[in-house]
Design a binder for this molecule. Structure first.
Ligand code: ZN
Length: 215
């Protein structure tokens, strides 16, 4: 499976898990007894599993890619190690993000409704907060972020092991990338990390080089 196909699967699985959490909260809201704490827990669990696995997989891809270069990778980077590091990454990110989504939904839902809203208005307003498009957008952005973090983590480990400097070049997913991202394509260390905007699937292409001017 290509890396792109793999990441599409990861996004779809995460989007489906988020949608399931959205559906549960929507049913609670319509019944007049929303459980935002339960919702945050559902979203945390969905994100945590997915982001830990994606972080570890991305680190693994980079370790393999670097092992094939003359500078060499590091055989000590194992799957178990990547999994542990992925779980550490995902735990904090998922909890913070789940809280943010829960708050967006809670305050969004309150402010979007006029006083004395009818049941129909409440239903339609609530439904807008839980669209598949919203779940998909979160899934794409967070998958991109986890890939970027997993690769950075392994790149740093390899840099320490090889005593070489790590650099990276921006790489667009394909020609459907937005004009802003296309501009960065192929440039070294642009100073921003993917995702650059919601829905960004850009990635980094790493290279190692000898350190110069060391003190
Ligand atoms: Zn992009």
């Amino acid at each position: 499976m290509s890396l792109l196909a793999d990441r599409f699967n990861r996004e779809s699985e995460l989007a489906a898990a988020l949608l399931a959490a959205f559906a549960r909260l929507r049913a609670d809201l319509l019944a007049g007894k929303p459980d935002f704490f339960g919702f945050a827990s559902d979203v945390t669990a969905a994100l945590r599993n997915s982001l830990a696995a994606t972080f570890a997989a991305a680190g693994g891809w980079l370790a393999v890619e670097m092992a094939g270069t003359p500078t060499g990778g590091d055989g000590r980077i194992t799957e178990a190690m990547l999994r542990t590091r992925g779980e550490a990454y995902a735990a904090g990110v998922a909890a913070a993000l789940a809280m943010k989504i829960a708050n967006d939904v809670r305050f969004g839902s309150a402010t979007m409704l006029p006083i004395g809203a009818t049941d129909a208005q409440r239903q339609s307003s609530t439904a807008q907060l839980f669209t598949p498009a919203r779940a998909q957008s979160i899934a794409i952005t967070e998958t991109t972020r986890a890939i970027s973090a997993g690769e950075d983590d392994v790149a740093a480990l390899i840099a320490v092991a090889t005593q070489l400097a790590v650099t990276w070049f921006w790489e667009i997913e394909d020609e459907r990338a937005c004009d802003l991202c296309k501009e960065l394509d192929g440039s070294e260390r642009p100073g921003v990390q993917p995702p650059r905007h919601p829905g960004c699937r850009c990635r980094k292409r790493y290279a190692m080089k000898a350190l110069s001017g060391r003190i």
